[in-house]
Design a protein around this ligand. Sequence first.
Ligand SMILES: Nc1ncnc2c1ncn2[C@@H]1O[C@H](COP(=O)(O)OP(=O)(O)OP(=O)(O)O)[C@@H](O)[C@H]1O
Length: 259
Amino acid sequence: MKALEVQQVTKRFGGLVAVNSVSLEVNQGEIFSVIGPNGAGKTTFFNLLTGIYAPDGGRILLFGKDVTGFSPDRIAKEGVGRTFQNIRLFGAMTVLENILVGMHIHIHVPYFHALLRTPLARREERRAKEEAERLLDYVGLLHRKDELAKNLPYGEQRKLEIARALALKPRLLLLDEPAAGMNPRETEELQAFIGRLRDELGITIVLIEHDMRLVMRISDRIAVLEYGAKIAEGTPEEVRKNPRVIEAYLGKGAAGGAA
Ligand SMILES: Nc1ncnc2c1ncn2[C@@H]1O[C@H](COP(=O)(O)OP(=O)(O)OP(=O)(O)O)[C@@H](O)[C@H]1O
């Protein structure tokens, strides 16, 4: 079974076709990158996968289940976690609280128990806190748990955002430009970290990324979008050599020169 099957998915904004009949498949346990020049439709594509937009055409299957048109909440419940291009943490909350917020759909306490802080509610809270701490330990941020999220260095904020997505126990994790704004050392750490998520937790990972060094090193396969359409797909080696890709990035005539 595939982790993700996208079949001829289209999204229009008025007259603009932001995603144009894109099809692709991601195997379970794969690290798959979506690349393309600015405005190619990458973020719109993620927004379709996470239910923020419903496609105007086509179908999306997650682990064999048709989820086309599902709301973001239902997509999250199907096991899809996500991070955003611009970090979206609760800056005035602590690191631990940011994780607890991410866990809310996994905490099952009837309303009146929560309201009256019954033993059941307190037990559940304690369990959630322990789980959040385990998660922070796993990503190497436990020592920061009581600090405000906004006071963390940039690389650690990105990591915290990923940790919050992990709190949902995703089977598929979508990372939108995880290396944006990182220095080379942070990017290298990120690469190892993403590898661990796949190898140790078995999570399938799809990322949008502009840092080509990271993309080429980390991806099993890559899809390339241009003006909303998929123009290439393959291993890093195949994509790097593809004349259409070279042209999309470097302009007409560049492919001949680079070959
Ligand atoms: N909500 C929207 N309404 C109208 N047009 C939109 C909307 N969102 C995106 N677009 C347009 O759709 C196209 C694809 O945008 P998108 O943000 O998906 O590209 P991208 O590949 O993620 O770009 P970048 O790498 O710059 O983030 C662009 O032309 C953009 O202006």
